[in-house]
Design a protein around this ligand. Structure first.
Ligand code: PMP
Length: 299
């Protein structure tokens, strides 16, 4: 696959973006080339979603953003309340009721050289737009994924719990997936256990027990993951946070991925092996319905 070919992507020029305290037209929402977010991936972000005019679990996203920032010693120049208001202002300015929100905080403009001590004024920007991560029909048919050779960041390097602007680890894994003709890849950790996919958490079901790796396996503590765990508990379905191996994926009866952009999507094939009978499983379909009700305020 050629990743340098020109593409058709053209953001809507009428988009309004929140940038450092103001909502401005897209053309004016520019970041300085000396910003360390751009030069070094030095910054943090959140991917958030609005359903029916309401932002789903905004508080949890702002909490995770604060924790990511704290972990990299980045001071966010706005309070959580101000960030919440700016998020709502941005979706309203774009008349979005159902959409995807990207909230980014960069280290700010600085000297060349990695030192954050030589930067100032972190930048905050918020984009409210749309996202379609995977083709719609895969939510019905299920998706094929692969195991990839790129391991997830070692937790003592850049912790996968930090939602940082440095996604190269995941991008390398995504390239492997795309080269294999699928949309996602399972990333294993340095011990060989399943961590997560490039932009989603993973769950498997075997003999009626739903399982997902613990955060100590080196993964982002997904807000959708948490929501799905709550749904499982509500239904009284047996659930375990447990280290999983490649073998556990191969012998699963069902599997699915969770993420703000992905929502809940069935996985029906891994490394070219069908999962269960190769169709989205019953528990997975039930959870997809439960998740839909939850985000639409009927949960
Ligand atoms: N893992 C990674 C690496 C992610 O980037 C994401 C978010 N796209 C997730 C998991 C899912 O997290 P959430 O449910 O909070 O979107």
């Amino acid at each position: 696959m050629n990743f340098s070919a020109p593409n058709q992507f053209a953001p809507d020029p009428n988009l309004k973006v929140f940038l450092n305290g103001h909502i401005v037209p897209l053309a004016q929402a520019t970041i300085n080339v000396f910003d360390h977010g751009l030069l070094y991936g030095d910054g943090v972000f959140e991917g958030i979603r609005a359903y029916g005019g309401r932002v789903f679990r905004l508080e949890a996203h702002l909490q995770r953003l604060a924790e990511s920032a704290r972990a990299i010693r980045l001071h966010i120049p706005m309070t959580p309340q101000e960030l919440a208001e700016a998020t709502l202002d941005t979706i309203n300015a774009n008349r979005i009721t159902d959409g995807y929100i990207r909230l980014v905080v960069t280290r700010g403009v600085g000297y060349l050289g990695v030192s954050p001590a030589r930067t100032g004024n972190p930048s905050v920007f918020i984009i409210a737009s749309q996202i379609e991560l995977y083709p719609r029909e895969l939510y019905e048919k299920g998706m094929a994924i692969i195991s990839c050779s790129v391991i997830r960041n070692h937790p003592n390097a850049v912790s996968p719990r930090i939602k940082s602007l440095n996604y190269l680890n995941n991008i390398l894994a995504k390239i492997e997936a795309l080269d294999a003709g699928v949309h996602e890849a399972v990333m294993y950790n340095h011990l060989g256990y399943v961590a997560e996919c490039t932009g989603d958490n993973i769950f498997v079901i075997r003999k009626g027990v739903v399982m997902t790796p613990p955060t100590a396996a080196g993964l982002l503590e997904g807000i959708t993951r948490d929501a799905v765990i709550e749904l499982l508990e509500k239904r009284g379905l047996p659930f375990k946070e447990i280290n999983l191996t490649r073998h556990d994926l191969y012998v699963a009866d069902e599997a699915f991925l969770t993420g703000t952009a992905a929502e809940v999507i069935p996985v029906t094939k891994i490394d070219n092996r069908p999962i269960g009978d190769g169709q989205p499983g019953m528990i997975t379909r039930q959870l997809i319905a439960d998740f839909r009700n939850l985000v639409n305020g009927r949960g």
